[in-house]
Design a protein around this ligand. Structure first.
Ligand code: ANZ
Ligand code: ZN
Length: 812
């Protein structure tokens, strides 16, 4: 008799079969049962899938397999976020063209995804660097432009001196480049922006509707940073300087005004004598990053414009300063300084000898600055009011005079999308000397990335030196014109990819509205928490904007989100290509891919991750060994015996039902490690049964089948091989997830005597904790009892707890 084996060859055998039979092809006729499972976009920079990829995509795939078995038509498409800096830097180093290295990576990763045994439906693949995709990224850019949601302006931007490109605020969050760690500085450049701020309020409020981890919603809330305050106008001749404050209650304590060095009024306000000093100061500021400028520990610096503004209530003259601790992009770019009650203003006032007027009485606290709320003093008619009330009164007072108003500001800035790089979606814009900014007409899309360019470490995009690309004809007047040479941040590509998958062959539009409506929203989005403030926010913005343009019918792309943890190296740092030792290939070649997948499932918590440790693989090897012996034993026994009646085994039934119930809930919650542990216990229980004296193969087979089905999501090839080995027909992956019997979920049974009109007719072993109603139902469901009742009307049922049931009928 042939014994069961599992190896790498088993993987290949079933991968081929799955391919031939297109088992994972999405069946459009079953769209009403769709379940859209999506993992974060794969980035094809590495030539090999490393453990991190297996972790993200392999385990999420197991979740998808479970959903299939629950009867869903799972839509699980693969894709590659294929533009980006690494391929271009690689080209500068090696001379290999980004399109070649990227397509090679895509091909290699595709092979590996197949080797992993994923349920991907490759018919729906999306690769962002291909013309058929980026044409539509450009198309969408133009739609946003038409709608006024894209604009170009001169802006101080985060510049990474090592990557030689601009970074979004989100990519320079700690003042260092997210990619290379270099310190970021500021530059002023003409840049393209998406007006995400227009959606700040909705992006914030609809967070409440999302089934996301609370911590992630909080990150988005803070990033959006909604803040209520007051705008106050200080007049300067005919001009007015509007400041934003959250502390209108301190208005009578203002002793100077500060403008951001880049504020448009600075030039006008600076008196001739002070021009030189102010100019030098503003130039120095430009060299620093926003983060540096906001640093609490940095010594405050500034310069006096020589001008004074009029206080809106007292009419006093207030000196106007310029200082880098005020940022242009927040509030109005100007503040009213209240040194008695604000740390930064206090420090500044002490340094430059400016007056300090206390207007809030902090009672207990005697030292200035006192930054809390309190009772107003030195504030004329507003004296004695508590801060909160004073804020309202003062704002209303200003509003009445037309010198102030309630306002809301957001921390969120518009999304800067220009990148001075080659390997990205070209921005479809032409500059004409006569017509200015002219969008490329739809019929001329895509604006193709030219192939023949030079990759040199000059800091300039290769596109700027590519005349074939730059020289264009103005679509509006026909004169020679030039193309925009910036490309789009890759986050633009990933802001809409989830809309393309289902309709990825569409050549007329990025997607068809009806089709997208049927497949969206994504039912489960699996991705890392690092995307909380970027991708997840951008994609939500895209969805909402496209809805308002009439292209979509829903508000949120990813109502349900799961974050997997990360697998770190032994040192606790994120695993990277450098950890060559942890390439999964050696395990896969040695043991087969399922062994590796099961180890990832078993050895770590998917939600938490943890440091990589290969020792646990042995436990899985032993498990597969025990499992193989179990089915060998079963097959041998079956071949010897004939089919026969069997006696149920209470313990085995209990473990079976318990396992089905637990594994079902564990898999639905990504608790793969718990599911694996339950399945191992189930193997032990079947093992014990095989040693019992009343063993019966017909009975045993039911449990073995369930076992193989339960294992299928976690070990797709191994289970398929087992399924065939025990004589079942292809495919285990088309089986339903087993049901369990709640009644068998207790080991403690008591015998209940069942009488009909006082005569004992049956004894039923029932769970000790079964409720009266359920026990009555169980008794009535029994055939033998029904035959004694014989259709007669039941007068009453008497139950004596833990002992008997007497069914009283009107016997005719
Ligand atoms: C007067 C005042 C008095 C302030 C006081 C604070 C305390 P949050 O809460 O973070 O939104 N501010 C306004 N615009 C600014 C800018 N562009 N750059 C730097 N600082 C700016 O902070 C709001 C407060 O930050 C505002 O309230 C303003 O200072 C300052 F006792 O106005 B306050
Ligand atoms: Zn023109």
């Amino acid at each position: 008799m042939k014994s069961f084996t599992y190896s790498k060859e088993t993987d290949t055998k079933w991968q081929n079969k799955w391919n031939e039979t297109e088992i994972y092809k999405f069946d459009e006729s079953k769209i009403n049962k769709k379940y859209y499972l999506l993992e974060q976009f794969a980035y094809p920079s590495a030539k090999n899938l490393h453990i991190g990829h297996w972790w993200i995509y392999g385990l999420s795939d197991s979740f998808g397999r479970f959903k299939r078995m629950q009867g869903y038509q799972v839509f699980h498409p693969p894709g590659f976020d294929a533009f980006g800096l690494p391929a271009e830097n690689f080209a500068i180093k090696t001379g290999i063209h980004p399109s070649i290295s990227t397509e090679e990576s895509v091909a290699a990763m595709t092979e590996q995804f197949r080797a992993m045994g994923t349920t991907y439906d490759w018919n729906h693949e999306v690769v962002t660097c291909r013309e058929e995709y980026y044409k539509w990224t450009q198309w969408l850019f133009l739609k946003f432009y038409d709608k006024g949601l894209v604009y170009r302006r001169e802006a101080p931007v985060n510049w990474c001196p090592s990557c030689l490109t601009v970074l979004a605020n989100e990519q320079a969050a700690d003042g260092v480049c997210e990619r290379c760690g270099s310190e970021v500085n500021q530059r002023c450049m003409k840049q393209w922006f998406f007006k995400i701020t227009e959606y700040a309020d909705e992006l914030l409020s609809s967070l409440d509707t999302l089934n996301w981890p609370e911590s992630t919603k909080l990150i988005q809330r803070n990033w959006i940073g909604k803040c209520f305050g007051t705008e106050v106008d200080f007049s300067f001749g005919k001009e007015k300087i509007t400041v934003f404050t959250t502390r209108a209650d301190t208005l009578m304590g203002v002793t100077y005004i500060v403008l951001a060095p880049e504020h448009p009024l600075v030039e006008l306000l600076t008196i001739p004598d002070n021009k030189a000093e102010i100019l030098t100061y503003c130039r120095q500021t430009a060299k620093q990053s926003e983060i540096e400028r906001m640093s609490a520990v940095k010594e405050k610096t500034g310069a006096f414009t020589g001008s004074y503004a009029e206080h809106p209530i007292s009419g006093e003259s207030i000196p106007i300063w310029v200082a880098d601790y005020v940022l242009l992009n927040y509030g109005t770019g100007a503040v009213m300084a209240v040194p008695a009650h604000d740390e930064r203003d206090y420090e500044f006032a002490v340094k430059y000898n400016l007056p300090i007027i206390q207007v809030i009485d902090g009672k207990a606290e005697k030292l200035l600055p006192f930054c809390g709320d309190g009772i107003l003093i030195n504030s004329d008619s507003f004296n004695d009011l508590p801060s909160e009330q004073a804020r309202q009164k003062i704002t209303a007072f200003l509003d009445n005079m037309g010198k102030g108003r309630n306002t809301v500001t957001y921390r969120l800035r518009d999304w800067l999308v220009s990148r001075q790089r080659y390997w990205g979606t070209p921005i479809p814009i032409i500059y004409c000397e006569d017509c200015g900014i002219v969008p490329v007409p739809e019929s001329e899309l895509p604006v193709k990335l030219p192939y023949n360019v030079q990759f040199l470490p000059t800091g300039q995009s290769p596109l700027t030196a590519c005349s074939e690309f730059i020289n264009a004809v103005c679509p509006s007047c026909g004169k020679p014109a030039t193309r925009e040479t910036d490309t789009l941040d890759t986050f633009v590509c990933s802001s809409w990819y989830y809309l393309r998958y289902y309709d990825n062959k569409n050549t007329l539009a990025p997607f068809d509205k009806d089709r997208v409506d049927r497949i969206m929203p994504v039912d489960m989005y699996v991705g890392g928490v690092e995307h909380a403030a970027m991708h997840l926010l951008y994609a939500r913005f895209f969805t909402k904007a496209l809805r308002d343009m009439g292209y979509l019918n829903f508000d949120e792309p990813f109502p349900t989100l799961f974050h997997q943890g990360i697998i770190t190296g032994q040192d606790g740092k994120k695993i990277s290509k450098r950890d060559g030792a942890v390439s999964p290939d050696k395990y896969i070649n040695q043991y087969g891919s399922d062994l590796f997948r099961m180890y990832l499932c078993f050895g770590f918590s998917y939600a938490d991750g943890g440091p990589w440790d290969e020792n646990g693989i042995k436990a899985i090897t032993r498990f597969v060994f025990r499992l193989s012996r179990l089915v060998d034993n079963f097959a041998a026994f079956k071949s010897e015996k004939t089919e026969s009646e069997y006696k149920t085994d209470r313990d085995l039934e209990y473990v079976r039902n318990y396992t089905v119930k637990q594994v079902g809930s564990d898999l639905g919650l990504f608790r793969f490690n718990a599911a694996m542990a339950r399945i191992m216990e189930f193997v032990n229980a079947i093992n014990a049964y095989q040693k019992s004296v009343i063993r019966n193969w017909v009975y045993e087979e039911m449990f073995i089948k369930d076992l193989v089905i339960l294992l299928a999501p976690l070990a797709p090839h191994l289970s398929e091989e087992l399924w065939e080995f025990i004589g079942c027909s292809y495919s285990v992956h088309n089986q339903s997830f087993p049901a369990y019997d709640e009644a068998k979920l207790t080991r403690d049974l008591i015998d209940i005597a069942i009488q009909v009109n006082g005569r004992l007719r049956e004894v039923m072993p029932l769970p000790a904790d079964m409720k009266e109603e359920e026990i009555k139902n169980a008794a009535l469901a029994c055939d033998k009892i029904q035959s004694h009742i014989n259709g007669c009307k039941i007068a009453k049922i008497i139950y004596i707890k833990g002992r008997l049931i007497n069914i009283v009928c009107d016997l005719q």
